[in-house]
Design a protein around this ligand. Structure first.
Ligand code: ASP
Ligand code: MG
Length: 414
């Protein structure tokens, strides 16, 4: 770990996720790492999640006493998960002979809006954090929680401890922000699917966001967006090793030299096609207002060129949402004068992501060539400035990932 730390004293924010603090021995492991960081001459603020499974367990408990608990009470309940971990982590550090103090989100000065269960951070006044750091304490802050101006407990949405860490790092002007998790970093593809996938040394915020929205979820997306907005560089690394992880930061010139940073895949997708939709203003708005009204999140949308005044509109969504979508659309189809709804699951999405795509040509052709070599049929295509995504048969997704990964030379030493 020594190479990480410069000569002068740095202020380091470290975040440990649920599996990293999943049991007492893992909490002791975190305590030792944090102490080693301090002993290397740094001030340390630690953000922790609830122990793994605890948040889910609390949600389950709530359901057992109420089918519709208020969101205010959910926040009061869920915040206890992180509050347990901060106390245990501080105790563990104390037991090893070092000074540590735990702070709830409110004590750490995290003020949010009043949107319970998915609050946004409004501002942070880290007065207590600085005060305890000045007393040589290691400061342990509860992730995922804050309070409103009027003192109500709030939580930041699932995975919100990442956001706490990034926001605290911005507020205290940390030199380094490290997100410790149970993986070694961000990989060129899921190593369970492509065994020779490599750890990515550096990735831009935008690439990280595209990888996450395409299925490579290492961190909560909102926290990456926040880091981008406030220009907080951070490192994703493992709490179970001392290996360097992946640095996520603003893009640099040299990042453009790599055409594709990674391949990400998302299984459990479904496709809905509405056939023979009258091609006139207001119809797409009606369809997607209906979908939005049913609280269904969709991904790709494709509309065909119209022939004889009608067109087909397809979109993809999570497989679990398919029954809801079908129910919402069945009556609408008649109302708008379309022919019918075709719902299909068993599909998956593969995306290749890289900012280098902006300055390189032939990326799409290369991907499609690779897939055709494997006899893989492309059902839908969508693109952004730094991403090409295709929908294919779910049974072929692992083959497709390997082909794409090889086609762009991602397994080779960079
Ligand atoms: N404990 C919360 C969750 O499970 C927050 C987090 O772990 O980041 O979503
Ligand atoms: Mg988490």
């Amino acid at each position: 770990m020594a190479a990480l730390f410069s000569e002068r004293m740095s202020l380091i924010v470290q975040k440990y996720g649920g599996t990293s603090v999943g049991d007492p021995s893992r909490i002791m492991n975190v305590a030792k790492r944090v102490i080693a960081t301090q002993e290397a001459g740094n001030q340390v603020v630690v953000v922790v999640s609830a122990m793994s499974g605890v948040t889910d367990g609390l949600i389950k408990l709530a359901r057992e006493v109420s089918s519709a608990p208020t969101e205010r009470e959910m926040d009061v309940l869920l915040a206890t998960g992180e509050q347990t971990t901060i106390a245990l982590t501080a105790m563990a550090i104390n037991a090893l002979g070092k000074k540590a103090v735990s702070l709830t989100g409110a004590q750490a000065g995290i003020i949010t809006d009043g949107v319970h269960t998915k609050a946004k951070i409004a501002n942070i006044t880290p007065k207590q954090i600085h005060g305890f750091l000045d007393e040589d304490c290691i400061v342990i802050v509860a992730g995922f929680q804050g309070q409103t101006m009027s003192g109500q407990i709030t939580t930041l949405g699932r995975g919100g401890s990442d956001l706490t860490a990034i926001a605290i790092a911005a507020a205290v002007k940390a030199d380094i922000c490290q997100i410790y998790t149970d993986v070694e970093g961000v990989f060129t593809c899921d190593p369970r699917v492509v065994p020779h996938a490599r750890k990515i040394a550096e990735i831009s915020y935008d690439e990280m966001l595209e990888m996450a929205s395409s299925g490579s979820k290492v961190m909560q997306s909102r926290s990456v967006e926040f880091a981008k907005k406030f220009k907080v560089p951070f490192e994703v690394r493992s709490s179970f090793s001392n290996n360097p992880g992946t640095i996520v930061k603003e893009e640099t010139m040299s990042m453009e030299n790599v055409v594709i940073r990674g391949v990400s895949i998302e299984r459990n997708q479904a496709k809905v096609t509405i056939t023979n939709v009258p091609d006139k203003p207001g119809i797409a708005a009606k369809i997607f207002n209906t979908i939005a009204g049913a609280n269904i999140i969709i991904d790709m949308i494709v509309q065909n060129v119209s022939v004889a005044g009608t067109t087909d509109i397809s979109f993809t969504l999570n497989k679990d949402e398919l029954p809801k979508a079908k129910a919402a659309l069945d009556s609408l189809v008649k109302e708008i004068g379309a022919q019918g709804v075709i719902a299909q699951d068993g599909i998956a999405k593969l995306s290749v992501v890289g900012i280098g795509m902006r300055s390189h040509s032939g990326v799409a052709a290369k991907l499609f060539d690779a897939l055709s070599a494997g006899g893989i049929n492309i059902q839908m295509i969508s693109t952004s400035e730094i991403k090409i995504a295709v929908v294919i048969d779910e049974a072929k997704i692992a083959d497709a990932a390997k082909l794409a990964h090889d086609a762009f030379g991602l397994g080779e030493k960079g």
